[in-house]
Design a protein around this ligand. Structure first.
Ligand code: ADP
Ligand code: ZN
Ligand code: MG
Length: 472
């Protein structure tokens, strides 16, 4: 395809994202909601396996998660909501229908990462089938009835990167709220992308890609699909409405189901479940107060208010454990920008560096880390000593202040002490002195190095140089 023809097309993407919610129990029964349970069919009961005569009961914890996500996204919260039966047959859906929300989703509209939302509703997850165990299929109902939220965006995304960034932000939001881990590799968050391209303002035919199970896959599959559709149109072909999958090995999308059969799920309100007036069950003002600092709020605080480098800010925001550690380190710094920036450097380059080299290292006590930063900032210890102390804090859980005092690591600005050491070294190394006098600059560095060694890196290098220059 001629590159310059590409620009005349606008790509349009709308996402449908399912995410399992973190709750104590399942959506409509009191079975444990445990995504890590490995023994099949151990968290099941008569409700989530659809025995006749059983009645579902709404899990308010799950409803609350969805309402809070809506509040975080400035969405409209529905006052009236009801649950509908979405009827279809599949072995992993024992009732013959899934309880979902059709006409009255809990959340309408809103915005996340600059992308307009259509709706967010709540439903129940299906069981999980396995077809590759042998000449038969297996079904595990541990997942059956796990609270599942579905978020639908408006068709306002324009690239694979933007689609992946949106999904990543949603994952962070769920994690920050404690509403879910949304681990894509584990299937806790599942992305479907609808994609069309068009040379005009009118939308083209959309293709749906299902089962995208990593952010990288979302980005690549959408980018691939945009190219494929443009290529087709450039060749005078038509894009057909279909469902496609992503072939990881070939890095291509492939057709799964042509001609999207217009499903008739025969949705109707579930007669077993009460309709809900949200404001009678939840106080939205109170829920709003429960919202934690949100990912985008933290990002803005770091970059705009505290002046942290964008790359470091991103690593703190994207890694919630690291970010919470950093928050605790700077908690006592009272928005002192210099201290915070110094802390940011030592956390994101030194500490993260040591931890990535040795995966057994755990996060240290943030108060101890903060002490190292304060000592470095006040010039009590040199940057080299600070780095060493960070490493020893991680590996030996030392008390940094005690070690610095005991081992004589406090930076010596005391000229007298340095003069004594320098005099002794000069007397012991006449040959090096001669070299220096003969014009060898390296000889001076030898003495600087020796003094640093004797004082375990604790001497102020400026003062050492001054002393040496006057001595020699
Ligand atoms: P359907 O009825 O086929 O399920 P919807 O209107 O419910 O379609 O939209 C499903 C998803 O597809 C939404 O995320 C929406 O933004 C997206 N979408 C709709 N039309 C297009 C289009 N022409 N191109 C890309 N995405 C689209
Ligand atoms: Zn159950
Ligand atoms: Mg639809």
């Amino acid at each position: 395809m001629a590159e310059n023809n590409k620009n005349k097309y606008q790509a349009t993407i709308g996402l449908e994202i399912h995410a399992e919610l973190k709750t104590k129990t399942k959506m409509f029964c009191s079975c444990k909601n445990d995504p890590d349970e490995e023994k099949p069919n151990s968290n099941i009961c008569s409700i989530c396996t659809a025995q006749p005569g059983t009645l579902p009961v709404i899990n308010k914890e799950a409803v609350k998660h969805v309402l809070k996500i809506g509040l975080a996204c400035n969405s409209k919260i529905a006052d009236f909501t009801e649950w509908d039966r979405k009827n279809y047959f599949y072995p992993d859906i024992p009732k013959g229908y899934q309880i979902s929300q059709y006409k009255y989703p809990l959340v309408i509209g809103g915005n996340l990462k600059g992308v307009e939302l259509t709706r967010i509703h709540l439903e129940e997850d299906t069981g999980a089938s396995t077809h590759d165990a042998g000449n038969f299929s297996l079904v595990d109902f541990n997942r059956s009835g796990v609270p599942l939220m579905e978020l639908v965006t408006e068709p306002v995304i324009h690239s694979g990167k933007q689609a992946a960034d949106f999904a990543k932000e949603l994952q962070l939001l769920l994690q920050y709220m404690g509403a879910g881990d949304a681990n894509m590799e584990k299937g806790e968050m599942r992305v479907e992308a609808n994609i069309s391209v068009s040379p005009t303002d009118k939308f083209g035919t959309k293709v749906e890609i299902k089962n995208l199970n990593s952010f990288r896959t979302v980005e690549r599959a959408v980018a691939y699909e945009i190219e494929r559709q443009i290529d087709a149109l450039e060749k005078g072909e038509k894009v057909i409405q279909e469902t496609r999958g992503w072939d990881e090995a070939k890095q291509k999308t492939y057709s799964q189901r042509v001609k999207e059969e217009s499903h008739d799920y025969r949705y109707f309100p579930d007669p077993d479940l009460p309709k809900m007036m949200v404001s009678e069950v939840f106080d939205l003002k109170e829920l709003k107060k429960e919202l934690p600092e949100l990912p985008w709020e933290r990002r803005e605080k770091y970059v705009k208010k505290l002046g942290i480098k964008e790359q470091d800010a991103d690593s703190f925001v994207n890694n919630i454990e690291l970010g919470n550690f950093f928050e605790k380190v700077i908690a006592g710094f009272k928005e002192n920008k210099d201290l915070i920036k110094l802390a940011s450097n030592y956390v994101s380059s030194d500490m993260v560096g040591f931890m990535s080299k040795d995966s057994t290292l755990k996060y240290p006590a943030p108060e101890k880390f903060a002490i190292i930063i304060s000592m470095a900032s006040e010039g009590k210890i040199s940057s080299r000593v600070a780095k060493d102390l960070v490493e020893r804090l991680l590996k030996e859980n030392i008390d940094p202040e005690e070690v610095a005092n005991k081992e004589g690591l406090i930076q010596k600005n005391d000229e007298g002490a340095i003069i004594e050491i320098a005099k002794k070294l000069v007397a012991e190394n006449p040959k090096v002195v001669a070299d220096y006098k003969a014009g060898k600059e390296a000889a001076l560095m030898f003495f600087v190095g020796q003094i640093m060694k004797v004082t375990k890196g604790s001497s102020n290098p400026q003062i050492i140089k001054k002393v040496l220059l006057s001595l020699l």
